[in-house]
Design a protein around this ligand. Structure first.
Ligand code: UDP
Ligand code: MG
Length: 316
């Protein structure tokens, strides 16, 4: 029987935690009774530097419920870093880890299928949303457009899969070797390889509290996903540069010909237009190149991605 760890990043989740602990405990008990998880299995909550009572609640549960374990980060590091911290902590104790959000928007009933696939020998099982009916039109269209855009840029991500997945010990060990600072886990995991499979589920609405992913964070996450995994934007710039150079040569020849034919008119408007156009274009290009340079900068610093303040894991 495998030791299963649920890894749950939490940021200001005091409203949902009691219910989440209740539901996950029930699930874990069910799995243990069914012989799908052993007694050493745990729910590991990672407090991502919350400003509310999240950590106090987690710490209190660890006293009364031996299946609850907690890790507290020294400050808010964002969902991806908190999740990575949880997975790396779980790795030392488990056979497989299942990552899920604290709000239980992802249907926990499919965990059985995750574990069945794991028993069949899959190292990674992706939870994939079968529909997005419960999303707002805006979220649905932007998210789906984004997945398609990523594919077009040559990034290998699983369509409609977020961070609800099972990873076995081998996959977790592999994940530990990706040392990048700009974390985009759903881009890294497919790079790991090993046998994998997919489980389809319906995503629910948050049962309490607010989304911790405002539009600004979501945009940053989207840009990170592209610039961390694809160099196509750089190629597009180079190609654009080549095309513009070619066009300007034609323009230059045209100007020369009309000069020698005596029909040239001093074209202030066209000059000023091209200066503005090229100036803008150059700035855009420099900006994109700068994004990559910025990333190189943060990667070479090799800063630690998180620092644990306290770890509580109950043993028997
Ligand atoms: N989260 C986190 N750190 C952050 C933001 C979010 O650990 O800085 C956690 C949050 O507690 C939740 C998960 O990431 O467990 C997903 O967040 P949320 O449900 O708010 O995102 P949404 O489902 O709206 O995309
Ligand atoms: Mg959510």
């Amino acid at each position: 029987m495998p030791t299963v760890y649920f890894v749950v990043p939490c940021y200001n989740e005091e409203e949902v935690l009691p219910e989440t602990v209740k539901r996950l405990t029930k699930k874990l008990n069910g799995l243990m009774a069914a012989g799908m998880a052993d007694e050493a299995s745990r729910m590991l909550f990672v407090d991502d530097g919350s400003r509310d009572k999240t950590w106090e609640i987690i710490a209190a549960y660890t006293e009364t419920n031996k299946y609850v374990a907690g890790v507290k980060l020294s400050r808010n590091r964002g969902h991806q870093n908190a999740l990575l911290c949880g997975l790396m902590t779980a790795k030392e104790h488990c056979d497989c880890a299942i990552s899920l959000d604290a709000d239980l928007q992802d249907d926990i009933e499919v965990i059985d299928q995750f574990l069945e696939k794991y028993q069949e020998g899959c190292e990674i099982v992706y939870g994939v949303r079968s529909s997005r009916e419960k999303d707002t039109v805006f979220k649905r269209s932007t998210a789906q457009g984004y997945y398609k855009f990523m594919k077009a840029l040559g990034v290998d991500i699983v369509y409609n899969h977020a961070d609800y997945r099972l990873m076995g010990k081998k996959a977790l060990d592999a994940l530990a070797e990706y040392r990048e600072v700009n974390l985009f886990l759903r881009g890294i995991v497919p790079l790991i390889g090993y046998r994998c499979d997919y489980v389809y589920y319906e995503r629910n609405e948050r049962f309490a509290g607010q989304s911790k992913y405002p539009l600004t964070k979501m945009l940053k996450f989207a840009v990170d996903g592209i610039t961390s995994f694809s160099v196509k934007p750089l190629k597009i710039i180079s190609n654009l540069g080549i095309v513009i150079c070619f066009l300007s040569i034609i323009g230059f020849i045209y100007a020369l010909v009309s000069f020698f034919m005596g029909s040239a008119v001093a074209g202030w408007a066209s000059t000023i237009c091209s200066i503005w156009f090229l100036g803008g274009l150059q700035m855009l290009c420099i900006g994109i190149v700068g994004t990559y340079v910025g990333k190189i900068y943060s990667e070479v610093k090799h800063r630690p991605r998180y620092r644990i303040e306290t770890t509580i894991i109950n043993k028997e």
